[in-house]
Design a protein around this ligand. Sequence first.
Ligand code: NAI
Length: 263
Amino acid sequence: MEEFSEQRLAGRIALVTGGGSGIGRAISLRYAREGADIIVNDINLEGANETAKGIEELGRKAMVIRADVGVSAEVETMLEKAYSEWGRIDIVVNNAGISGLPYVLIEQTEEEWDRVINTNLKGVWLCSKFAAIRMLKQERKFGPLRGKIINIASIAGKTAIPHIGVYSASKFGVIAVTQVFAKELAPDITVNALCPGFHVTGIYFNSEEVVRGSMKTFKSPEILLERLGRAEDVAPLAAFLASEDSDYMTGQAINIDGGVEFH
Ligand code: NAI
């Protein structure tokens, strides 16, 4: 594939969680095109290996680490391994996420509540925590910062969405954690979130029909730009947030949804 003339991430090392599919894969490949080497995390090794192959075809290095982001011991081991092999991580993208089973809250189970919150919210906290502990000790290699954390939240983290209430609560939580970490890790590390809308990815079984059906169930407004999102629509914003171009931004949650959510 064509290389970007702009190499904003040259020399950086990025960890992308849930990098084996959808938005995580698109971000990994975009980062590689902009010059970064990538640690691809996922619980799905087949998907992660496929992403790693794409990164290597672009001439960059890739390392695959299997870890469940919701399990503290696995996250700590992942960070230890990444730092012992590569010495530093410049960018962490907390992307791993699941939608959970679509039930109204009074019909939702405790098991499903725990599964979604553990992956989507606890996972962001754990990966940020174990990465930031190390990032804070690393030298400032690229400008004034020691590192950047980017959380993939959702427009469901800005407006309550019925039938995926646990998911919505987890994403409101991701935005809260983004803001708290931004305050606690400044001025060494910036922490920002991006909020995708309706993108045809694994979370919707890669089916446009499933996305459109879900939008009806969720009583979502129409998409102003009149098309569903792709995973690749999110990657340029994730690259901006990883680059020096966004060095004066922290604690923000930016929508990238074709015009659905305005706040
Ligand atoms: P996807 O299903 O294609 O990719 C998610 C990846 O995360 C998969 O490879 C999966 O194996 C991995 N994963 C799941 N649980 C994990 C765990 N415990 N530990 C490590 N990896 C795990 O879905 P998509 O859409 O690419 O999702 C990426 C992020 O984007 C998620 O956080 C999702 O909530 C968010 N998002 C997606 C939207 C969409 O319309 N597709 C809209 C808004 C947010």
